[in-house]
Design a protein. Structure first.
Length: 217
């Protein structure tokens, strides 16, 4: 073999070795890059799951908060609803409701009052028992609401009543909530006279109810 051929073979072997080394280095880089990609993907997935869990917990907490803030309907009882007769030129019967609970409650429109077991309730000054006119008040815990029955004419005052049956109107037309209850005026030693009159909607103040009934100052 000549010196020229020997040098050519040595150069070929060197080139082959260099190529193999480059290939191995590239394989190592690709493997390392793949591991990095997998690790990054796993980390992103884990973070996404954590975000979903945290988001779900926040939504559940929000729903629970909304439920806890839901205000229930008020309901009548013989000690929560009281009646008092006011005399004079602006005579009227004041109807007072006391929320004796530790939570707020809602009242709609007006009280439905049937004196002496009447078939129909006392007419309403604002709307009718079957018409939902949108009046709605929130009575705070241990707070009060008022309605007024004007009795400032002889016909409106009428005769003394023995009892009254009370329903509270509900959120929808013609609906009632948690009733009825009956108050016996004789047992409570009350003198209440009501004739051809009407009852106002609920108000947060007695003065507001009196103004609505045309008997306020």
């Amino acid at each position: 073999m000549t010196a020229r051929r020997s040098r050519s073979r040595s150069a070929a072997y060197a080139a082959l070795a260099l190529g193999l080394a480059g290939s191995l280095a590239l394989t190592g880089c690709n493997s390392h890059s793949s591991k990095k990609s997998k690790k990054s993907s796993s980390s992103s997935s884990s973070k996404s799951k954590k975000r979903r869990i945290i988001g779900g917990s926040a939504a559940a907490a929000g729903a629970a908060g909304t439920a806890s803030r839901r205000v229930p309907d008020c309901y009548p009882s013989t000690y929560k609803v009281t009646f008092s007769q006011q005399t004079g030129p602006k005579s009227h019967v004041a109807v007072k409701f006391k929320n004796s609970t530790s939570r707020d409650c809602k009242l709609y429109n007006a009280p439905l009052l049937r004196f002496n077991n009447a078939k129909s309730p006392l007419p309403l000054l604002q709307g009718t028992p079957g018409h939902f006119d949108g009046t709605r008040i929130t009575v705070p815990a241990h707070g009060y609401a008022y309605a007024v029955i004007p009795t400032n004419t002889a016909a409106a005052k009428g005769a003394e009543q023995k009892s009254v049956t009370i329903d509270f109107m509900g959120i929808s037309a013609s609906s009632v909530t948690h009733g009825p209850v009956t108050v016996n005026f004789a047992e409570k030693r009350l003198h209440v006279s009501v004739g051809k009159s009407k009852v106002t909607n609920w108000s947060s103040s007695l003065h507001g109810a009196q103004l609505a009934g045309g008997v306020g100052n």
